[in-house]
Ligand binder design. Sequence first.
Ligand code: SF4
Length: 372
Amino acid sequence: MASIDEVVAGEILPAKEAISMLDQVDLGPTIDIPEIPPEADPDSTPLEERERMKKEIMRLKTERNAIVLSHNYVQSDIQDVSDAVGDSLFLAREGAKSDADVLCEPSVLFMNQILAAMKKPHQTVLAPDLGAVCSLAAHADPERIREWKANHPRGLVISYVNTYLDVKAESDYCCASANAAMVLEHVLTHSDPDQPILFLPDVFLGFFAAKFIEKSGHPLDRLWLMLGACHVHEAIRPHHVNEQMRLHPEAAVVVHPECGCTSACMRQVTTGLVPEDLLQFRSTQGMVKLVREVPQETIIVATEVGNLYPMSKAAPEKTLVPASREALCAFMKQNTLQNLYISLRDMVHEVEADPDLAERAKVPIERMISIG
Ligand code: SF4
């Protein structure tokens, strides 16, 4: 067993070891977190100016035969001028089926890369800001995966959607939080029981995968995990959720499985401390669906706070309480109405995929898009 002092973020370990170290390893970001620009707050720009830019964006979309695909975490003004708003899986599917000439995607680079790898020859992929990267994707080093594959020649690699193309190119399957269980189920059904499986890079979602594998009656010994985490979700700890549950005892709770509170919340459910229907785990898009389905008036939401906007649009009558108001992704907030407008106006910040990587990454991406 690896010594806890030697283990660093991004390492690959047998699942049991990785899970035993969950709360002890420093999973902090390995890249700099940018400042959130003032324009990320719509109220920092006069209303007239915002309306003018929104009109211009709508005009440019028609002129360029462009669509805007926005992630749930980007600011509300951008969501309002978008053709589709959703999580990474939804946006990948929307991009893949579109014939528009321009796919402009306010999100982060790993999502833009998916569009660039899957695009049709006549299409151009634009990003409002090329500095919008991701702390979770930064934990996944393709060299470590190649080493693991060399040591496990029959191994299967499932990479989470939050990875760059060079990591996807080393993967057999790709999944998002919305279809992680379905992809795992598929892999378990279509592999030999002794084939090792590497799930990466999010160790909290990996914990979720481990529980799924155990529940399916498969030995946990075949699972390996990478010690990666998103700095935004990892920082949502059990005390945040517990405090909001104390303040809102009547509320339902919904947790994104990337959160640092995932294992503790799951224990509360499995030990019967909290009923299963009161504390649920959902993907980004699954939360938007759930808000309409639960009978409770108040819902405590453990994820990036941007997701509260599409949730509130889905169920305006509900009260949504963020588990942590600090849960803001500075990378997603690099997308502003201003740089979206400039990107469409000047056709700048084109995202291109290396042809070789794109060819190899397409296989796991297509599997992700088609499963679930
Ligand atoms: S919220 Fe986390 S996983 Fe999502 S883009 Fe931001 S840093 Fe990456």
